[in-house]
Design a protein around this ligand. Structure first.
Ligand SMILES: NC(=O)c1ccc[n+]([C@@H]2O[C@H](COP(=O)([O-])OP(=O)(O)OC[C@H]3O[C@@H](n4cnc5c(N)ncnc54)[C@H](O)[C@@H]3O)[C@@H](O)[C@H]2O)c1
Length: 320
């Protein structure tokens, strides 16, 4: 049995990871400020004696140092996970993603904790000239404040590995799908279709090519890598071996909901500033450790729609 910190423990991916760690018989200290996290996602965990919730903000370094006492490793999942609205509040990504990551590293250093898993993002590649994009492709030009703040977090983590003997697994995910999904294109389309099933506004031309990964496959990869990764700094892309068009995904969502809306495209080959029209990551490195996703993109989209249909309360919490 080990004792782990999970930051962002009330979020979509963080709360799913908490459940998996508890299922493995581990002790978990969960940290969250509930800015986007949902208390209901922790209902099960809170019944488990191995789980302790620290409702606090990662920007409070003194409190974080106390929360981390006695843990063996940190899974750092907390973030401002919104890519699209980054330019509306440029300071947010810096604070929530870069400075919060610095605080996590400092709290680890104060407590002698040397192992960290970090949820970075495929957005750090900007618009890579190489697709499928490998982890060691050309040094990327950043196209979003979110990607830039995560790349800065990655930089800090590798410097702490070098400077203080930490070991890190850095995961660059494509978009994640599945139960507890509360933000992203399926959420937006579902919400719009619920309001008006006869028409669907779509950002861009719908031909953007994107890759997705089911949340339990993502957690499988994180746990495997934390167990087996050989190097001091280990960077892994996480995604399925393929991609779909936004229009394909819309088709699956509409079919599942039984609606036939008229499409209203805003036009252009991208939806917003920083929207990469073609995301497809090379995942040979994580596959070499023995990981393979169990679910494809279509199954992930359908599972997400089914989850949202059974849990429409999330729209009251997270919808606009
Ligand atoms: N969901 C995706 O498709 C996706 C893709 C790539 C990377 N990621 C990364 O994976 C991680 C988890 O994403 P998610 O989809 O679960 O997002 P989420 O918004 O559901 O979860 C983030 C959690 O962090 C908490 N949090 C935010 N700022 C905090 C702070 N200052 N102090 C304490 N808690 C704070 C929120 O309340 C929330 O519970 C993030 O780092 C995100 O950038 C997600």
């Amino acid at each position: 049995m080990s004792s782990f910190i999970v930051t962002g423990c009330a979020g979509f991916i963080g709360s799913t990871l908490v459940n998996r760690l508890l299922l493995g018989g581990h002790e978990v200290i969960g940290v969250d400020n509930f800015s986007t996290g949902q208390r209901r996602f922790l209902d099960g965990a809170l019944k488990n004696q191995g789980f302790k919730l620290m409702a606090m903000d990662l920007l409070d370094l003194d409190a974080l140092k106390i929360a981390c006492a006695g843990a063996e490793a940190v899974f750092h999942l907390s973030a401002n996970a919104d890519v699209r609205f980054g330019t509306n509040h440029p300071r947010r990504d810096l604070e929530q993603n870069t400075i919060a990551t610095y605080n996590v590293l400092e709290a680890m250093r104060a407590n002698g904790i040397k192992k960290i898993a970090f949820s970075s993002t495929g957005s750090v590649y900007g618009e890579s000239p190489v697709v499928p994009t490998p982890e060691d492709g050309p040094f990327p030009i950043q196209t979003s404040l979110y990607g830039a703040s995560k790349a800065a977090g990655e930089g800090l983590i590798s410097a702490y590995c070098e400077g203080f003997g930490f070991q890190a697994c850095i995961f660059r995910f494509v978009s994640i799908l599945g139960e507890r999904y509360t933000h992203g294109h399926v959420f937006d389309f579902y919400q719009k279709l619920k309001a008006d099933p006869t028409r669907l506004p779509v950002l861009g031309n719908g031909k953007q090519r994107k890759s997705y990964l089911y949340v339990q496959d993502c957690i499988d990869a994180i746990l495997l890598a934390m167990d087996k990764a050989p190097d001091r700094v280990n960077i892994f892309n996480l995604g399925v071996d393929g991609y779909c068009e936004v229009n394909d995904s819309i088709g699956w969502i509409c079919e599942e909901l039984g609606v036939k809306p008229v499409m209203e495209y805003t036009g252009g080959d991208r939806g917003w500033i920083g929207d990469n029209p073609f995301i497809f990551l090379d995942t040979k490195r994580i596959q070499a450790l023995g990981w393979k996703p169990k679910f494809g993109i279509k199954e992930g989209v359908i599972k997400t729609v089914q989850y949202l249909r059974a849990n429409e309360w999330v729209f009251e919490s997270r919808g606009q």
